[in-house]
Design a binder for this molecule. Structure first.
Ligand SMILES: Nc1ncnc2c1ncn2[C@@H]1O[C@H](COP(=O)(O)OP(=O)(O)OP(=O)(O)O)[C@@H](O)[C@H]1O
Ligand SMILES: [Mg+2]
Length: 318
């Protein structure tokens, strides 16, 4: 549904987006992650035709966004960053207007507006002017605008930003449901959202894609992936540590806790060993009284930080 090829955007001397390529199919929800200023919004503005690329191409549903902008934009619903809207209109007036410029008339327009109002829980503020809305309701109004024509492709720039926890949950559910039939790309700074909603995620840093995979694949890049937490009874931590260091797959062991005769340690796998560490440790520890042996899945936030932190900051946290 979306095909981005070698996309570049240059502002003055800055390459805000630097040779970015990816695609999104129908039925796929792609999470777009990256630190502030990484180039997420700029990429989304180019995908939706609001900003001309300096290089590369974008097609939406097979239509080139520069060569065939009307056909391409017809297929897209877009929630821009900071949810802009016409502030002097009422919510109802704004959504009616959005439906009209999408070419919906008469009954079809009424149905589209009430569907979007219901979807985004806007009944209570329908006749309030947009400028008097709270941040979250304003965001929801803009979200409703983006889905008013039931588009095949949704480009959502931080769709849960500023929402309360209930609404965050609602919007995630909505994205997941809509993602079954549409192609969706959305940006977020909330890493749990990636697990809750995305079938795939891309991490972008300083304009370049630095990771692209399923949430599971990304977690595997974490130092924690396959790490084993072991709690044993009646053995000194020095003995536990010494024994675990004899396991060839172990890279590092740290003692997390030692009290009341219970020792908790964490063992990290050497590169490529993360699937096999738990059984190797289970074997090494078979003579001990094991209270707990737990395998870590890996942490997305750790992957994010290790990939996107400047090298100097990485040094400082070592
Ligand atoms: N119109 C513009 N003129 C000049 N520089 C720009 C313009 N728009 C964006 N930039 C720069 O391009 C870079 C990428 O910005 P962008 O808004 O795409 O980041 P982002 O990943 O969306 O960040 P955030 O998480 O803060 O929303 C930044 O350095 C920004 O200052
Ligand atoms: Mg942004």
């Amino acid at each position: 549904m979306i095909k981005v090829q070698n996309l570049v955007k240059v502002f003055g001397t800055k390459r805000a987006v630097d040779d970015v390529s990816f695609s999104v199919s129908r039925g796929e929800v792609l999470g777009f992650l990256g630190p502030n200023g990484a180039g997420k919004s700029t990429t989304m503005r180019m995908i939706t035709g609001f900003l001309p690329p300096s290089g590369g191409s974008v097609t939406v549903g097979g239509f080139d966004i520069v060569e065939q902008p009307i056909q391409a934009r017809r297929l897209i619903g877009y929630l821009p960053e900071n949810a802009p809207a016409y502030t002097d209109m009422t919510v109802h007036g704004f959504l009616n207007f959005a439906a009209e410029i999408r070419g919906l008339r008469g009954d079809a327009r009424k149905k589209a507006v009430s569907r979007a109002v219901e979807m985004c829980c806007l009944e209570a503020v329908l006749h309030q002017s947009v400028e008097t809305l709270s941040k979250g309701f304003r965001h929801r109004t803009c979200f409703a605008q983006s889905v008013i024509h039931d588009p095949d492709v949704l480009v959502l720039d931080e769709p849960t930003d500023g929402l309360d926890p209930n609404q965050k949950h609602e919007v995630r559910q909505l994205i997941r449901r809509m993602g079954e039939k549409k192609g969706i790309i959305f940006s977020t700074h909330i890493l749990e959202e990636v697990d809750a909603v995305c079938s795939r995620a891309i991490i972008i840093d300083r304009g370049k894609i630095v990771a692209n995979g399923t949430p599971q694949e990304l977690r595997q890049k974490s130092e924690w992936a396959g790490a084993v937490t072991l709690r044993v009874k009646g053995v000194a931590s020095s003995a536990v540590t010494a024994k675990l260091y004899q396991v060839p797959l172990v890279k590092r062991v740290t003692v997390v806790d030692e009290k009341d005769g219970l020792v908790t340690v964490q063992a990290f796998p050497k590169a490529g060993a993360n699937g096999a560490l738990a059984s190797a440790i289970g074997e090494a520890a078979h003579e001990w009284h094991i209270e707990q042996l737990q395998v870590e899945e890996g942490h997305l936030d750790e992957v994010f930080r290790s990939i996107t932190m400047p090298d100097t900051a990485k040094e400082a946290t070592k």
